[in-house]
Design a binder for this molecule. Structure first.
Ligand code: ADP
Ligand code: ZN
Length: 738
């Protein structure tokens, strides 16, 4: 039965659904997910139909003006996912819908690209001879088209060294025929890949695959694969996807944006027919994004690989979602709505009755906790394939080194010797440090002055190449002073301390003048193609030592890399965040996993000032379970996630007093209303108390049951509007508390 009323979320009004009457002539066309034009106030705007009803509590309804586009953009299931998201993450339905649809699709800004193709028409030998005499270029066009079946007009003109107008003149005479046709913009256009066959699996891989396939056939619980680096998780995904396709279903593979490298993508493209795969990454042009989205929605593509937002890919018949490196922070969106794509994958799997497979060498405490409690099925790959050994990890106590060297320096003698040994054997080295720039801060040894950003509460980082101090939060930069800027001091001995990748690069260059050293961080990556170029050069052995930030920590696979050096393992360890230990452990294990992936055993040298910290010691032993047990105990004691659920409210504004006052008021009000199991922290300045001149206060809430917490928030917040220039951000399941 057709419905009379449509609930519409309009583009211009947040978080409200408006009822409109469906005029009889549109009765068949209006569906959930339809894009519609509706009168709103004195103008017409666009929106989505999010629901249909028989009646409305409002007596005087306006009518839907028109349906835009032929098919609804949102399937019922994706719409359901968006609603779930809005409720769970306390955000407006409209912003959840926005996440689910790429902007180019939503705003219908671009469409399929129609292009002109030319083929040969009717031309007699006499006519051709005449052309040869009078119009050489036109004759050339004909010659080319006689050889090529069909060509893009633009390409044809280039080939004939003429312009499109000349080509079109030939069409007027009927010598050639020009037609308009849709041409799909394929970002991988001409590339070809050597096809690969499924590999015979190890016993552990087979067991993991069986669990995945069982989940595809009878979706039940998500499967968590914990597999050490190099254990062949990707091969398991590939074969599970194959099984999924054989059941006539589609698969989505989520990878962190940073590992959406040609190397990862190639492995998928080489296994499955090219036309079945769509890769969604942030480098696509708007046109490419539009085409790929529609290709998926129209059922022409059965495997989608992409970063976070690919969780919303409109595949027609979902059978499997794989989330690789499920512990990665980049699955979490860092603006409203702050969703985690891994968690949405689990929800979408449930809604669409599809299997969900999460994989990692270092699962998040959240996922492993779920596995321990029986909510996920656990599969373990404990060995590297081919019985390659895990790399040996040696820890260097930098406190001892510092005493010997009388001050901080970049390379310990142990790491220096290890590098030399590898260079002698023509093997390759990766050096990792998660801080770009030259020096992490600039301070005066005499008066203690530290250069800080005037807009943010962080110290400025020195970049030597352009002799600037720069803020990594707001981008502010200034010329580095030659003497201490403190007017009372003015000491010329002001110096740079702490190390960044730029300094590592120059130190290495000094110690090993003959080595070919390349740095890779976001300062160097000024063009998007550079990533590919540098990794390509490294692969073929044109670079001996690669120095980089987290850009080089993940997913890369270079058989000739036998040594990985971690310059400063403690960098993230002392941040005021309860996940600092977990992050450090994950990072060390992942970076160490880059070593020894070929025939030669790998070695890892970790430099640390806190060598006995459990995160470092467990990483040294490759002991995930040991780390987990100790860490979960600490989380249990303090009732931190994953044992309890957490919501972080951040209040920000330019006036410190106003923000503080609002934070206090909100905390007091919430305390009156929340359930008894909810723990409300003291409102206080965030660890990064100021960013871009905005003062930030934090309020952290914890509870056994998240829903009770968010329901209270959704109720209280609207009644307690913040003062004019103060805003509140809600972060459910926050990953960063800075
Ligand atoms: P992970 O994703 O767990 O780090 P990969 O999937 O990258 O591991 O596997 C590491 C290497 O081992 C790859 O080169 C892969 O082709 C190879 N490999 C995976 N499974 C097998 C297998 N069963 N037999 C032989 N080689 C395998
Ligand atoms: Zn700043």
């Amino acid at each position: 039965m057709t419905k009379l009323i449509a609930r519409v979320v309009v583009d211009v009004a947040l978080d409200r659904e408006f009822d409109y009457r469906i005029p009889p002539h549109l009765a068949d066309a209006v569906r959930i997910g339809s894009r519609v034009a509706v009168p709103f106030g004195s103008r017409t705007t666009q929106g989505y139909v999010v629901g249909l009803a028989d009646n409305s509590p409002h007596p005087h309804l306006k009518e839907i003006g028109d349906v835009v586009g032929k098919k609804p953009l949102l399937s019922d299931k994706i719409l359901e996912l968006a609603r779930w998201m809005a409720k769970y993450y306390c955000c407006p339905v409209e912003s959840a819908v926005k996440c689910a649809l790429p902007e180019v699709v939503r705003k219908a800004k671009v469409s399929w690209k129609e292009r002109q193709f030319a083929k040969i028409g009717q031309i007699t030998p006499a006519e051709f001879a005449a052309l040869l005499k009078k119009a050489k270029k036109q004759a050339r066009v004909i010659e080319i088209l006689r050889r090529e079946e069909e060509m893009l007009v633009a390409d044809l003109a280039t080939r004939a060294e003429t312009d499109a107008a000349t080509v079109k003149k030939l069409a007027e005479k009927g010598f050639i025929i020009i037609t308009d046709r849709v041409q799909e913009r394929d970002p991988f256009g001409g590339e070809a890949f050597l096809p690969t066959e499924p590999l015979p699996l190890t016993a552990e891989q087979q067991k993991a695959l069986d669990l995945c396939n069982a989940a595809i056939d009878h979706p039940d619980k998500p499967v968590l694969i914990r597999g050490v680096t190099g254990s062949g998780k990707t091969e398991v995904y590939l074969q599970a996807i194959d099984h999924c396709l054989h059941q006539g279903k589609d698969a989505i593979v989520l990878v962190p944006e940073i590992s959406l490298t040609p190397q990862t993508v190639e492995r998928f493209r080489a296994r499955f027919p090219k036309q079945q795969i769509t890769v969604l990454h942030s480098h696509l042009s708007e046109g490419e994004r539009h085409d790929q989205w529609h290709k998926i929605r129209d059922g022409e593509s059965h495997i989608v690989i992409g970063a976070r937002s690919a969780v919303f890919a409109p595949v027609q018949s979902l059978g499997l979602i794989v989330v690789d490196e499920e512990h990665e922070n980049s699955y979490k969106q860092d603006e409203t709505p702050r969703y985690n794509a891994r968690d949405l994958a689990v929800v979408r799997g449930k809604l669409e009755n599809a299997a969900v497979v999460l994989g990692s060498a270092t699962p998040s405490l959240e996922s492993f906790y779920n596995a321990q409690r029986g909510r996920y099925t656990l599969a373990t790959l404990s060995q590297r394939v081919d019985n390659q050994k895990m790399p040996v990890i040696r820890i260097v106590d930098m406190r001892q080194e510092a005493i010997r060297a009388k001050g901080l320096y970049v390379l310990s003698s142990r790491l220096r010797d290890a590098i030399q040994a590898r260079l002698d054997k023509s093997e390759q080295v990766i050096l990792f440090l998660n801080r770009r720039g030259y020096a992490t801060h600039m301070c005066c040894p005499k008066c203690g002055y530290v250069a800080t950003c005037s807009h943010c509460s962080v110290s400025l980082v020195y970049h030597r190449k352009d002799d600037k101090l720069s803020c990594h939060f707001c981008g502010h930069h200034e010329t580095a002073p030659k003497v201490c800027p403190n007017p009372e001091c003015r000491d010329p001995a002001i110096r740079y301390s702490g190390i960044g990748t730029e300094k590592v690069e120059s130190a290495i260059q000094k110690v090993f003048p003959k080595a070919r050293v390349q740095r890779m961080d976001s300062d160097v990556m000024t063009r998007k193609s550079l990533y590919r170029e540098i990794l390509g050069a490294f692969r073929v052995g044109k670079i001996d030592i690669l120095v980089g930030t987290q850009m080089i920590a993940k997913g890369l696979h270079f058989p000739n890399v036998t040594l990985v050096g971690i310059i400063h393992a403690d960098m993230a360890l002392h941040l005021p965040d309860f996940r600092a230990g977990e992050r450090t452990f994950q990072l060390l294990v992942q970076v160490a996993g880059r070593a020894g992936r070929g025939d030669v055993e790998g070695e890892v040298v970790v430099q640390s000032f806190t060598p006995y910290h459990p995160a470092i010691q467990h990483a040294r032993q490759h002991d995930y379970l040991g780390f987990y047990e100790q860490e979960i105990e600490f989380r249990e004691q303090l009732r931190y996630p994953p044992v309890n659920r957490m919501v972080c409210l951040t209040m920000r504004g330019r006036n410190d007093t106003k923000v503080k006052f609002y934070a206090d008021t909100l905390a007091r009000e919430l305390k009156k209303h929340v359930a008894r199991d909810v723990i409300i922290g003291e409102p206080g300045p965030a660890p990064l108390a100021k960013i871009q001149n905005y003062h930030r206060y934090q309020l952290i809430l914890r509870a056994d049951k998240l829903l009770r917490l968010t329901e209270t928030l959704s109720k209280i917040l609207p009644t307690l509007k913040p003062p004019e220039d103060v805003t509140v951000h809600i972060d459910v399941d926050p990953l960063s508390l800075l």
